[in-house]
Design a protein around this ligand. Structure first.
Ligand code: G4P
Length: 283
């Protein structure tokens, strides 16, 4: 397993950019991948945003295992966080985010209303690792096509706000933080879901990890998709058999791409790679 860079230069720039913007917003919207609620969050995030109110949004919930998503939502709620599971591609997300934002801000509004100030305006910035769906969500909330944010921290020239049709405004420059590969499994999970570029980890290792994961947790899906494939053997043999069955001859690279794409696109059904049970051993 190669050593994976932690991009310290990028991180300090991103951190500075986020911290400069904190004073303009009421709460931060932390966007994570519902298939990886932990691994897709930057571990320094809490330190960076300090005691600013947080809304944790688990995106791509359509691709995640619903039962696991429910467990993660319960876990974070218990931790005192406002949490929401969404599919940023859906229209209904505007109402969901707005409702959660209002609930988060209710104490502040009550305080303002008591002082005779009737404002219900809320401002937030979206923070997340690359590819987690920041642009998709911003487009959906703003109801228009904004440029893809890519994965470089933006330079904010004065604050520009995207207006939604509710009382919510979003800073047009999202905060981009990189995931940290604290152990090799975090890297493999990120690679399997497409959160990191394909050339960072070897495709064969990512495939074997994914195959073993599905074999353990969702074997019937593998058997259905790969036409009754025999799963009693070890991963290398299974891969050989699958490659033959697909008619790819000995083109294993083609099989790795095929398999990883199928997992990423949900062809093997919804799945969650981070489990609450691994966190505290009693769920
Ligand atoms: P980023 O700004 O955080 O880097 O992420 P971006 O919005 O570009 O989204 C990355 C990919 O994730 C896009 O797919 C986008 O369509 C997809 N995506 C975002 N939110 C959701 C969601 O809730 N569910 C599902 N299933 N997919 C989501 P892409 O293939 O890179 O682009 P495109 O072909 O869809 O445009």
């Amino acid at each position: 397993m190669p050593t994976i860079q932690w991009f310290p230069g990028h991180m300090s720039k991103a951190r500075r950019q986020i911290q400069e913007n904190l004073k303009y917003i009421d709460f931060v919207t932390i966007l994570a991948d519902a298939r990886l609620p932990l691994s897709s969050q930057n571990p320094m995030l809490n330190k960076i945003v300090g005691d600013k109110s947080k809304l944790l949004v688990l995106n791509k919930a359509d691709l995640a295992d619903k039962q696991e998503t429910a467990k993660w939502c319960a876990y974070y709620k218990k931790e005192g966080l406002k949490v929401l599971a969404i599919n940023a591609k859906e229209q209904g997300v505007i109402k969901q985010i707005n409702g959660a934002a209002k609930a988060l801000m209710s104490a502040k509004f009550e305080h303002l209303h008591k002082k005779g100030i009737q404002s219900n305006m809320m401002r937030t910035m979206i923070i997340g690792i690359p590819n987690v769906g920041k642009s998709t969500l911003m487009n959906r909330l703003a109801g228009k096509k904004i440029a893809s944010v890519g994965n470089k921290p933006g330079i904010t020239k004065g604050q520009q706000w995207l207006k939604t049709n509710k009382d919510l405004e979003i800073l047009d420059t999202p905060g981009i933080l990189w995931p940290k590969f604290e152990d090799q499994f975090v890297g493999l999970k990120l690679a399997l879901t497409g959160a990191i570029k394909d050339n960072i980890l070897p495709m064969d290792e990512v495939t074997i990890f994914g195959l073993n994961y599905f074999k353990k947790h969702y074997p019937e899906r593998l058997q259905e998709y790969f036409n009754g494939i025999d799963l009693s053997e070890e991963a290398p043999e299974i891969i050989m058999n699958m490659t033959q069955k697909l008619g790819f001859r000995d083109d294993y690279d083609r099989f790795y791409s095929f398999f990883i794409k199928a997992v990423r696109n949900g062809k093997l059904g919804p799945y969650t790679l981070d489990k609450v049970v691994d966190l505290n051993g009693n769920n």
